[in-house]
Design a protein around this ligand. Structure first.
Ligand code: F6R
Length: 241
C-alpha cells in the first residue's frame, strides 16, 4: 500500500494531475469512478486540465461505481447525473463510453447484473471514496471480500446522506454497487479520503482488523492500493502508535 498525505489545498490538484499523467500514458484506460463530495474537487480540477488539452478522455471508458435505486433520473443526487455535471459534460470530447447503471430501464437486479458484465470487461484504475461507516461504493458494513455486484439495502445514514448532503428529493430505498470482489479485481485502486470526519474510519480501515465491519479494510489485500488523503483525514493514521 502507498499512502500519500497532501495538504488540503494541494490535494485535488495533485490527484487530477496524476490522472492526467495516467490518461497520457494509457489513453484507452478503463476508469471506474465514484461520486460524492470527496471526488468533486478532483473532477473540477481534472475538467479544467482536460479542457486545456493536457490529456483527453476520448479513448477512455468510464464505468460508474454505484447508483441509488428509487431516485428520479433528474434527481440532483443521482450518481450518473452528478458525474456528468461535474466531469463528463464539462469536457469535449467526452469518453469513448460512459457506462451508467441502468436503474431507469431495468429492474434493479437486472441492472446490477448488466453492470457487473461491464465491469468484468476489466477496470484499469478504480477511484473510491470512503463512507463514514467504512463503506466503499455501497458495500456497507457486513459486506465480504468476495461480495458480488448487487442491489443493497442502504444503512439509514447512507440513505439520509443522499437527502442531507447531496440534495436528493427523497430517501432512496436501495443502491446498486460494484461488489468488493470486482473492485479488488481492478488493476489499481486509489482510495480518496478528505476531512477530519474521516480520520477515525480511515485509521480503522488501514490499521484495524481486516473484515466486514469496515469493508474498506479489504482494500489492503490489493497489490496496488494507493490511499490519497489530506492531512485532516490522515491525522490518526500518521500518528505514531
Ligand atoms: C459514491 C460512493 C460512496 C462515497 C462515500 C463517501 O459513489 O460510492 O461510497 O464515496 O459515501 O462520500 P463523500 O465523498 O460524499 O464523503
Amino acid at each position: 500500500m502507498e499512502l500519500d498525505v497532501l495538504s488540503v489545498d494541494a490535494w485535488a490538484e495533485r490527484v487530477a494531475g496524476d490522472l492526467v499523467e495516467r490518461l497520457r500514458s494509457e489513453p484507452t484506460l478503463r476508469l471506474c469512478l465514484p461520486t460524492g463530495d470527496t471526488p468533486a474537487p478532483v473532477y473540477a480540477a481534472l475538467a479544467t486540465r482536460l479542457e486545456a488539452g493536457e490529456a483527453s478522455l476520448e479513448h477512455a471508458t468510464v464505468v460508474l461505481l454505484d447508483e441509488w435505486v428509487g431516485l428520479d433520473p433528474d434527481d440532483p443526487a443521482r450518481c450518473d447525473g452528478r458525474l456528468r455535471r461535474e466531469l463528463l459534460d464539462r469536457v469535449s470530447p467526452g469518453p469513448a463510453a460512459f457506462h451508467r447503471i441502468l436503474v431507469d430501464e431495468l429492474a434493479p437486479e437486472e441492472a446490477a447484473a448488466r453492470h457487473d458484465e461491464v465491469a468484468a470487461g476489466g477496470l484499469g484504475l478504480t477511484l473510491l471514496g470512503l463512507g463514514a461507516n467504512g463503506h466503499v461504493g455501497f458495500n456497507e458494513p457486513g459486506s465480504t471480500a468476495d461480495g458480488p455486484t448487487r442491489v443493497v439495502t442502504l444503512e439509514a445514514g447512507s440513505g439520509e446522506a443522499a437527502v442531507a448532503r447531496y440534495g436528493a428529493k427523497r430517501v432512496p430505498e436501495a443502491g446498486i454497487t460494484l461488489g468488493i470482489a470486482r473492485l479488488l479485481a481492478s488493476d489499481e485502486i486509489w482510495l480518496l479520503v478528505t476531512g477530519a470526519r474521516k480520520a477515525e474510519i480511515l485509521d480503522q480501515a488501514l490499521r484495524g482488523p481486516m473484515g466486514p465491519d469496515v469493508p474498506a479494510s479489504f482494500l489492503r489485500s490489493h497489490h496496488k492500493l494507493r490511499v490519497v488523503a489530506d492531512t485532516a483525514a490522515a491525522a490518526l493514521v500518521t500518528r505514531t502508535p
